[in-house]
Design a protein. Structure first.
Length: 114
């Protein structure tokens, strides 16, 4: 399974961005789809997850500001990010789990200026 993330960029504090990630290759039955992020000098952290049935869960740091969604027919997962803060600056990675195996994309960079 290959993952291609897109949608990152530079945005001012309070702005919005929408990230997307499409899975291709040997896609059979993806269970969970998630977003993680890694800020400069920090460890990668989990941001949000959505189950195959569409149930989302969020990290406390983004709850109420970010919305994760997925389209099972298109094998895509999106992350709508609103009210962005400088501390949201990071490289964002999508992750999917299929048949108990975890797959990662290359990441898309998000920079929020104050």
């Amino acid at each position: 399974v290959q993952l291609q993330a897109s949608g990152g960029g530079l945005v001012k504090e309070g702005g919005s961005l929408r990230l997307s990630c499409v899975a291709s290759g040997s896609v059979l039955s993806i269970t969970s789809m998630s977003w993680f992020r890694q800020a400069p000098g920090k460890e990668r952290e989990w941001v949000a997850i959505i189950t195959r049935s569409g149930r989302p869960t969020y990290a406390d740091s983004v709850k109420g500001r970010f919305t994760i969604s997925r389209d099972n027919a298109k094998n895509t997962v999106s992350l709508q990010m609103n009210s962005l803060k400088p501390e949201d600056t990071a490289v964002y990675y999508c992750n999917v789990v299929q048949l108990l195996m975890s797959y990662w994309g290359h990441g898309t960079k998000v920079t929020v200026s104050s």
